[in-house]
Each structure stands twice: as C-alpha cells, then as structure tokens.
Design a binder for this molecule. Structure first.
Ligand code: B12
Ligand code: SF4
Length: 540
C-alpha cells in the first residue's frame, strides 16, 4: 500500500517517523511530508497585542516564553498558497491509498486545514489522525476526520494498512453515519527493540519557503542541529500539567515506562553520527538519567560505540550523583533540570511534583560538582501562583549553582490536564507582574548580581508596576555578558572598578555601561528608574 504520513508544522515529528519506518518494514511504500516548522519570533513586549492579532489570525500561538528584555512566541506561519499547491501536487503524484496526520494541540487548526484541502483533492482516500491531541481529544478530532488512532500507532497503522475497511482495530476509533465506533486503547508495546529506528531522510519532503525540498541522508545540516532520539517511552511521574497525567490512567496494570535496550539505542546513535556527522546528541527522553543498571551499561558502551558529547534531562527522584558522574565520564556535557517553581506549595499542590526546592538544589549541586553545564526550566504565568510563590522561585534560583541557562515558559493548560480542574485559590496575578518576575528569573543566571540584591529588587513595588524597567535591565545585562565574552579584559576592568555594588550602585553602573548602545525606549526606561531611585528631599 502507498501511504503518505503528514506533519503540519513539526518537522521533528518523532512518533510519525517511528511509524514510517515500521510500515516500510511491513512492506508498504511510505512518504513523509512535513510542512514548514513552527518558528519563534522575538516580540517586543509593547507590540505584543499587535503581534498576537497578526500571528494568530490563522493559527493561535503555541505558547510563550521569555528572553531577557523581550518574549518569544513560537508560532505557526500559515502556509502560502504556493506551498499548499506544492504539497497537494506532491500528494497527487504519490497517489496514496491511505493518509495519516500527526496532531498536537498546537497543530490542531493547521491539521484541520490540511485535512480539508486533502479531502477536496483526494475525496476517496481514507485519512487518519494520530498523535498526542488525537489521543487526548479523540471525539473532537473525529469532527474533522473519519478515523483517529488513540495511543501508540505502529501496530494499529499496520493493521489499518492491511485492511482499511476494518472497524474493529484496537486503538482506532471511527466515525460512521454520525456515530463513533470506539475500541479499547491498544496495550503498550513492551519490547521497544521490536521497532526499527525512526526514519530520517527517506522519501521525505519539506514544504517551506515556497519550495518543495526532498530531504535525503546527504542533507546532513538539515538533520544536524537537533537530532532527536528517545531511549524510552513513558514517565514515572504524574505532573498535573503534563500529558502523561491524562494518558497514563488508560494503561492501568501495564508497565508504562519502557526503555529500549542500550545496544538498540547505541546502534541508532552510531549510525546517525556516521550518516549525519552529528557533533552532539540530545536525548529527548522526559527523564533520561534514571535506572542505575541501564545507565551503567550505557556509560560503559557509549564512549566506544558513539563518543560524541551528549545532553539529557535528570530528575531529583530518580537521578543521583553517581549516575551523573558516570555519565559525565562517558561524554555528557549538559543536563536539563525541570525546576518549574521554587515554591513548595506550587510544586506539590499545584503541579503534583511531590518535591520541593531542596531536592532540586541538591541535584543541581551534584551536577555542578561533576562539571556539567546546567540548563533549567521554569514554568511561569501560572494563575494559581501568588507573589510569595514567585519570590520563592527567585530565592531558589539565587541558590542554584551558576552560571546556568534558564528557559522561562508560560504554563499551558492542555485539554484534559488535571491542572485546569484543580479546586485551589487562583490569585490570577496580572501579566505585567509575571513579566517582572520572569525578567528577574532570567537575570538570576548571571554571577554579577549578589543574591540579596536580586531579592531586594524582587520586592520593589515601583519596579513591579513598571516591568519595562526590569526588561531593560535584563537586556542590558545580557548584552553586557555578551560583551564580556567578546572583550573580557575590558569588562573585567569595569567590573573591578565597581565591585562593591549596592542595588543603586549596580543600576547606575549598568546604565553607564549600556547607555551608549541601548535603543531609545530602553534608555528612557532606565532614566525613569534613575528618577525613581533618586532620594527625595524628605528622605535626604
Ligand atoms: C520530544 C518532544 C518534543 C520535540 C519533538 C516533538 C515531536 N513531536 O517529535 C520538540 C522539542 C520539537 C518538541 C516541541 C514541542 N513540544 Co514536545 N514533546 C516531546 C516529548 C518529550 C516526546 C514526544 C515523542 O516523541 N514521544 C515518543 C513517540 C513515539 O510518541 P508520540 O509522539 O506520541 O507518537 C506515537 C503516538 O502518538 C502515535 N502517533 C503519533 N502520530 C501519529 C500519526 C498517525 C497517523 C498515527 C496513526 C499515530 C500517530 O504513534 C506514535 C508511535 O507510537 C513529548 C512528551 C512525551 N513523552 O510524549 C512532548 C510533548 C509532545 N510536547 C509538548 C509540547 C507542548 C511541545 C511544544 C508546544 C513546547 C513549546 N512550548 O514550545 C512544542 C511544539 C512542537 C509542535 N509544533 O508540535 C506536549 C504536547 C501537549 C499537547 N497536548 O499537544 C507534550 C506531550 C509534553 C507535555 N507537556 O505534555 N517536543
Ligand atoms: S516529570 Fe516531566 S515528563 Fe514526567 S510527568 Fe512530570 S512534566 Fe511530565
């Protein structure tokens, strides 16, 4: 059978790539068609409304995250008519007997549009949706398409490809004459080594920049920047904002966390390093640093069989210093740690994470002792958070080993998630307040500002009411650190000059340093801060 697998706006689409390889192994001809990727746009905070309406006119932005001085909105560029035409021309040329789309909540609207267009072009060809959104919202998806795969798709798709008319395939729901035909969730595959490696560069097309490009293994640079590999499926935890919380109850009594054998993972990595010349590998497992025995075997074999530097996520409940030490020796260079919040209340009661800041701190210190680069994630803009919780997050960040990189993201309440249904007080802090805190979290990664000064800034009501000042400071610091990297000696001189900083002294110093190249609005904001900090005659 000829099968077209389509991903709207996510060219990494690991799950779809797994299915493509599996169907090929079963003797089918499979094409992978990816629409252009979602893109992140740096949005000056003041222009946000304008950006939002422009960007979300077709598809809503996926999420929001913050950078020093600004915010980042990953969004979906609607395809141009030319791209749609190229895509539909390719589909016509493929003459598929079956079409599958992978759908995340973020790509729902785009997938609806793609499906409408495909239907007009190829009215008789069956279309199935799968992926995370199809799994958590199958009924909603069935309003747009006749079949939906709930849960893992390899076997279900293989059965469907063998007989597209069957209505009793476990894991595939159908809409027939206005009725939904439901089947149970398919049991989870326990032996992941049965599956071939995800497909890369084989009958693969990308529709972007008004072009249709065939991607082959020779296109090393395309696959290089982020090669996605996962050693396992599932997660042992149940954070309330995460998809596992929604999915796991469907698999009661089954082993939910499953891992490929070390050899299977290393064979894949070795092949990709050879084919694509990968300089590094990121294991995108929700939590990679877990399972002592597996890690021991991995660290023994990885340096000989693969050898390139790698990074992955750890978690305080399942990762420990011994594992980090061994992984470092085997080539690990960075470790990701989901802090999410420094507030024990939010961590335990809202996010369901069952740990507080101390456990996170200890894990980070262990990583630092072993020379690993630290990358933290923070979830912010949470309606359940109070200012005291934000201050706790800042307090924890000031205690974390430095330097680090930190990603500050808005927490999104995905459909079906438990967090959206919690019966807890919602302080609903205004966005401007979160903007202020987010910028402070970002600033905290620098060595430059003593913790007590950061905490003092966190309690300044004027700054809180004027988050643009905080943004300017954050941007200034970022540029300063960049300058520091570029001309260390000069900045070192400046830093020694004013080593004994007070909050006020520090701000004055930052201003002087960056004023010459700051954009006008930022310079204005700093001037406002200066006016604010100038002692009044009463206090003099
Ligand atoms: C790796 C990863 C990424 C990677 C790659 C994404 C990818 N899809 O490959 C990157 C870093 C790019 C990424 C980005 C984002 N991600 Co992400 N990511 C993951 C992660 C950790 C693993 C996904 C994975 O590969 N799983 C393993 C594969 C085998 O499973 P699978 O994808 O579900 O596929 C199986 C089935 O779903 C099914 N299936 C899938 N497609 C199809 C199609 C058909 C036709 C059929 C029949 C079956 C089928 O069969 C597959 C094989 O069994 C998951 C969490 C998780 N553990 O699942 C989050 C997750 C998917 N990501 C999530 C989010 C929110 C994002 C971002 C929006 C983050 C952000 N704020 O920017 C972006 C959006 C990307 C986009 N445009 O969709 C959410 C999605 C929630 C939702 N309701 O949509 C998840 C679930 C994490 C969470 N918070 O709960 N992500
Ligand atoms: S630890 Fe991470 S992947 Fe696991 S449930 Fe929590 S958020 Fe989801």
């Amino acid at each position: 059978m000829r099968i077209a697998l389509i991903s709207a706006y996510n060219d990494r689409c690991y799950g779809l790539r797994c299915i493509a390889s599996y169907l090929r192994r079963r003797g089918h001809e499979v094409w992978l068609l990816c629409f252009k990727c979602f893109q992140s746009v740096l949005v000056p905070r003041e222009n946000r409304e304008a950006w939002n309406s422009a960007l979300s006119a077709t598809y809503p932005p996926i999420t929001e995250s913050w950078e020093e001085g600004t915010m980042l909105v990953p969004y979906i560029h609607p395809s141009t008519e030319q791209e749609w035409q190229l895509f539909l021309d390719k589909l016509s040329a493929i003459r598929p007997d079956l079409i599958g789309l992978t759908v995340a909540t973020s790509s729902y609207e785009a997938s609806c549009e793609a499906t409408r267009r495909i239907r007009r072009l190829l009215p008789g060809v069956p279309i199935i949706w799968g992926g995370i959104h199809a799994t958590i919202c199958p009924e909603e998806c069935l309003q747009n398409v006749d079949m939906v795969c709930v849960g893992e798709g390899e076997e279900a798709m293989a059965e469907l490809a063998a007989d597209p008319e069957r209505t009793d395939i476990v894991g595939i729901w159908r809409r027939r004459n206005g009725q939904i035909i439901r089947t149970p969730f398919r049991p989870l595959e326990q032996d992941l080594d049965r599956f071939p490696f995800a497909s890369y560069g084989e009958s693969e097309w990308l529709f972007e920049k008004d072009q249709a490009t065939e991607l082959t293994v020779a296109d090393k640079t395309y696959f290089q920047p982020i090669y996605l590999s996962l050693s396992q499926r599932g997660c042992p935890f149940l954070c309330t904002y995460c998809a596992h919380h929604t999915i796991r109850p469907r698999y009661r009594g089954e082993r939910y966390v499953r891992r490929r054998s070390v050899d299977h993972v290393l064979d894949e990595c070795a092949r990709r390093v050879r084919d694509f010349g990968l300089p590094t590998i990121i294991f995108f497992d929700d939590i990679f640093v877990m399972n002592r025995k597996w890690i021991e075997e991995f660290v023994e074999k990885y340096p000989k069989r693969v050898g390139v530097p790698f990074g992955a996520y750890a978690h305080p409940f399942v990762s420990n210093e011994a594992m980090l030490r061994q992984l470092k020796q085997a080539g690990m260079i960075f470790v990701g740690i989901g802090i999410q919040t420094g507030s024990d209340y939010v961590s335990r009661e809202i996010y369901g994470r069952n740990h507080g800041g101390e456990e996170i701190l200890q894990l980070a210190q262990a990583a630092e002792r072993n020379g690993l680069i630290l990358c933290y994630d923070i979830l912010s803009n949470n309606p359940y958070e109070s200012e005291a919780d934000c201050l706790d997050t800042l307090r924890l960040l000031t205690r974390m080993p430095k330097p680090y990189s930190v990603v500050v993201k808005k927490v999104i309440f995905y459909p079906g998630s438990r967090i959206s249904k919690l019966d807890k007080p919602r302080p609903n802090l205004p966005e401007t307040t979160f903007e202020f805190w987010n910028q402070l979290y970002l600033i905290s990664r620098h060595h430059l500002i003593p913790a007590e000064h950061l905490l003092a800034l966190g309690q300044d009501e004027y700054l809180k009411a004027n988050p643009q000042i905080m943004r300017s400071i954050a941007l200034g610091l970022k540029r300063m650190v960049e300058a520091q990297n570029a001309g260390r000696a000069e900045v070192d001189r400046l830093l020694t000059e004013e080593r004994q900083v007070t909050v006020r002294g520090f701000l004055r110093y930052t201003k002087r340093l960056i004023m010459s190249w700051l954009p006008k609005p930022i310079a204005e904001a700093l001037r406002a801060l200066k006016r604010r900090l100038r002692p009044t005659s009463a206090s003099r």
